[in-house]
Design a protein around this ligand. Structure first.
Ligand code: HEM
Length: 362
């Protein structure tokens, strides 16, 4: 008797949910973007897997670069190509400049009062202005240069994980590492450590860092945005309140845009390469590790400088050996998943000094 009751209740619940869903979806003037069919109540949560950026990229290969998902009752739209990302983050940027609510931001960030989670409006504008003028402007960064110099621990999680990926890729590509060290020896010499002022002359190093940000962006799904009003993108309806995820990881590996996208090839960013003029500062949508538009990473210039400086200093000052006779080609490059894109297995290396001991005396 009880079992029959549960069965009938479940069937009735399912039919009611499908009917409501159908009626609600019909109110839209245009179709929602295509996407996998959501389950009742939980939506597409079971499709997310252990590494959502990879699962979402696989789904986008089936449903296209503008995709619709349901996370529970929340509409989620995903941008998985440079063109679609540009629509959201440039053409319609103003409508997607708030972030969706979440408990972490509510309880840890003083009820959405910090810069990252503040709703788009006067307070966010004021915080952003303070950062732009007093903290992260080129002038402020130059003035605080001496405070940062070889201060490795000051790197944030995003910066430190990017450097870890960089060292791992360089170990797997010894010819690229040798060329970068050659450039460093030429520009910096062997009697001092790299300084921030050297960075503009280290063009090969800069290409390496761009390639690292392309293959291993520290926030693969960027930070979520939220639609503040209904809008239409590429002929599809995006309901107000939808969460926007931009799969910067998939965009930067798009085979329609990048030749041999999975290959680590910094030369592609050098003159004569396939993308000599492409940068990571949010103007070229095929590689946007710092996001784009008005809520682009506020610490972009600092993050970029820190990653360049830390990587340059490490490979200039040290050679690295892998422990236990592991060959570089065997190095596990599996991704873990967390707040930032970490290596599944942390990189363990034995550093050997390449510069004389006098260089390390401070
Ligand atoms: C490797 C380094 C870094 C990467 C890859 C990175 C990436 C990102 C991304 C993807 C966003 C979201 C952008 C969007 O919504 O379009 C973001 C936002 C932000 N980042 Fe970074 N970031 C890095 C380093 C830093 C550093 C060093 C700081 C400050 C010390 C910083 C401060 C911020 C802030 C305040 C925001 C929120 C901006 C806003 O909502 O207006 N980031 N970052």
């Amino acid at each position: 008797m009880t079992l029959t009751l549960i069965l009938y209740t479940s069937i009735f619940g399912f039919l009611l949910y499908s009917l409501l869903n159908h009626l609600l979806l019909r109110r839209y003037p245009k179709p929602l973007p295509p996407g996998p069919k959501p389950w009742p109540i939980i939506g597409n949560l079971p499709n997310m897997g252990q590494k959502p950026h990879q699962s979402i990229a696989a789904m986008a290969r089936v449903y296209g670069p503008l995709m619709h998902l349901k996370m529970g009752f929340v509409h989620v739209v995903v941008a998985a190509s440079a063109g679609v990302a540009e629509q959201f983050l440039k053409v319609h940027d103003a409508k997607f400049s708030s972030r969706p609510p979440n408990s972490g931001a509510k309880y840890l960030a003083y009820n959405y009062q910090d810069l990252v989670f503040a709703p788009y409006g006067p307070r966010w504008r004021m915080l952003r202005k303070i950062c732009a003028v007093h903290l992260f402007s080129a002038k402020a960064l130059d003035e605080f240069r001496h405070v940062r110099q070889n201060l490795f621990s000051a790197g944030t999680d995003t910066s430190s994980s990017t450097v870890e990926w960089a060292i791992a890729e360089l170990l797997r590509h010894p010819e690229i590492l040798a060329r970068a060290q050659e450039e460093l020896d030429l520009v910096v010499g062997k009697d001092r450590l790299v300084a921030e002022a050297d960075l503009p002359q280290l063009t090969f190093l800069q290409a390496i860092i761009k390639e690292i940000f392309r293959l291993h962006p520290s926030t693969p799904l960027s930070l979520p945005r939220m639609a503040s009003e209904n809008c239409e993108i590429n002929g599809y309806f995006i309901p107000k309140g939808s969460t926007l995820l931009v799969n910067v990881w998939a965009i930067a590996r798009d085979p329609n845009v990048w030749a041999d996208p999975l290959e680590f090839r910094p030369e592609r960013f050098l003159p004569g390469g396939e993308k000599p003029n492409v940068d990571v500062r949010g103007n070229d949508f095929e590689v946007i590790p710092f996001g784009a538009g008005r809520r682009i990473c506020a610490g972009l210039s600092l993050g970029l400088r820190m990653v360049q400086l830390m990587t340059a200093t490490l490979i200039h000052a040290f050679d690295f050996e892998l422990p236990n006779g592991i060959s570089a080609r065997e190095l596990d490059m599996e991704e873990g998943y967390g707040l930032t894109l970490q290596r599944a297995a942390p990189l363990v290396v034995h550093p050997r000094r390449r510069l004389g001991p006098h260089v390390f005396k401070f």
